[in-house]
Design a protein around this ligand. Structure first.
Ligand SMILES: [Cu+2]
Length: 163
C-alpha cells in the first residue's frame, strides 16, 4: 500500500466516525425537542396537540395547541414565528356586544404547573400569510418565543376547517 492510499483510508474512517457522531447528536436533539409529532417539550414546557386550521388559500390560518407549564414559575409567551407563515401573531377571540372579534395580544401567561388551551374562540396563533408550502396533510414548524429569551419549536400538522 502506498502512503497516499493509506492517508485516504484513514481519512475515510475519520469521516465515518464524524458523521455518525453528528447523526447521534441530531437524534438526541430531536428527542428533546419533539416527542412524536404531537408534542414538543423543553425545560418543563410542553406544546401539546399542535395543529393549524387552514381554511382557504390566501387567508390567515389559526394555530392551536395546549401549552403546559410544569415549572415552578409563571411563563410568558411573547410571540411566535414561522417561515411558513410570513408572520405569526398572538390573538384572542372575544365576543363583544354580540360581535366576534380577534384582538392582538402582546403576551400570554401560563401560571406555574398550569395549562392554557389555545383553541378556536379563545387564544390562538394567527399564521398571517400561509406560504404555498402550507397544505392540508402537511405540517408547518412554528417557534414559540418566551419572555426569558427561550424558544420552543413544534411541527403544526395542517388540517381543514373542521380540525
Ligand atoms: Cu386570529
Amino acid at each position: 500500500m502506498n502512503p497516499t492510499m493509506k492517508r485516504l483510508q484513514s481519512s475515510t474512517r475519520a469521516n465515518g466516525r464524524g458523521s455518525k457522531g453528528v447523526a447521534l447528536a441530531v437524534a438526541a436533539l430531536a428527542g428533546v425537542v419533539t416527542i412524536g409529532s404531537t408534542a414538543a417539550a423543553a425545560n418543563g414546557i410542553t406544546i401539546e396537540k399542535p395543529w393549524l386550521r387552514f381554511i382557504i388559500k390566501g387567508r390567515p390560518a389559526g394555530g392551536y395547541f395546549t401549552l403546559r407549564n410544569d415549572t415552578d414559575r409563571t411563563i410568558e409567551l411573547t410571540g411566535a414565528s414561522s417561515i411558513g407563515c410570513g408572520m405569526v401573531m398572538l390573538h384572542q377571540s372575544k365576543n363583544e356586544g354580540g360581535v366576534d372579534k380577534m384582538l392582538p395580544v402582546k403576551t400570554v401567561t401560563v401560571p406555574a404547573h398550569g395549562t392554557l388551551n389555545f383553541r378556536p374562540g379563545s387564544y390562538h396563533l394567527m399564521c398571517m400569510h400561509p406560504q404555498s408550502t402550507v397544505a392540508v396533510g402537511g405540517a408547518v414548524p412554528i417557534a414559540l418565543k418566551f419572555a426569558d429569551g427561550k424558544t420552543i419549536s413544534a411541527d403544526f400538522p395542517v388540517k381543514g376547517p373542521g380540525g
